[in-house]
Design a protein around this ligand. Structure first.
Ligand code: URA
Length: 244
């Protein structure tokens, strides 16, 4: 039988602490109490080296599933800020339940405090960088309610790569109409500060409600009420790169 290649090894207490989101001291305590096993054998050493991909670790009788990184889809409610900490407001990280928390989580891209919808939270910096880079063409689609009805000329302006206040020039964006002239879908290929609000103002209009509904080919799950989140796995992560 071909030998499965070994992945990088890691100390058992570090592995438990990372994967279970517990302190290193608590991880050691579990090992000390003989509550951890590796491939069926009770672990005795905190610094035992394990292969996170190929070794099977149990803690208190339950398998400890290894995930190098975690990816979470959150339906951000208005009033919550997209940062890791804030003195005054609740942050998106505070909405993440204990079992999905781990060190290094951050929102991959920001929505304004009053914007709702899809925020991706991860501890994978390289992935976040990729999906936010305009070069990777991961479209971000929003549903927007405008103060005044949208006009055909607005769609042309958005598509032209318009200039907004402060002199920033936007990449061409898509404005789609709905049956309600005050409600539109807007797709961006980048994420400048307050971009849609500034684009609306440059078109002599105003955003009264904004919600991000998709990133690339991955659509915000309808079953997530505002403030709720769930982990997303490989198939869904791949959808982010799919063309819309
Ligand atoms: N554009 C905005 O103006 N605000 C957001 O939150 C996202 C895009």
């Amino acid at each position: 039988m071909p030998k499965v290649p070994k992945s990088e090894t890691v100390r058992l207490d570090k592995f438990l602490s990372n994967q279970l989101n517990i302190s290193r001291a608590d991880a050691k305590e579990l090992i000390k109490k003989r509550l951890v096993s590796v491939n069926g054998d009770t672990a005795k050493l905190f610094d035992m080296k394990i292969d996170p991909v190929n070794d099977l670790v149990h803690s208190e009788g339950r398998p400890v599933l290894y995930r190098k990184h975690i990816y979470i889809m959150l339906n951000k409610p208005a009033g919550v800020v997209c940062s890791t900490r804030d003195k005054l407001s609740e942050t998106v990280l505070e909405l993440i339940p204990q079992e999905l928390r781990r060190a290094g989580l951050f929102p991959a891209g920001r929505l304004d405090k009053d914007t709702e919808g899809f925020v991706l939270i991860t501890d994978d910096g390289a992935f976040a960088h990729e999906i936010l880079s305009p070069k990777k063409h991961v479209d971000k689609k929003y549903f927007a309610v405008l103060e005044k009805p949208a006009r055909e000329s607005d769609a042309e302006l958005f598509a032209s790569g318009m200039k907004i206040d402060g002199g920033d020039v936007c990449l061409p964006a898509v404005l789609e109409f709905t049956d309600n002239p005050n409600e539109v879908f807007i797709t961006l290929h980048e994420g400048m500060y307050h971009q849609i609000k500034r684009m609306a103002e440059a078109a002599d209009n105003k955003i009264v409600y904004l919600k991000r509904i998709s990133m690339g080919g991955l659509v915000l799950d309808d079953n997530l009420a505002p403030g709720e989140c769930r982990e997303i796995m490989h198939k869904e992560i791949e959808k982010i790169y799919a063309k819309t």
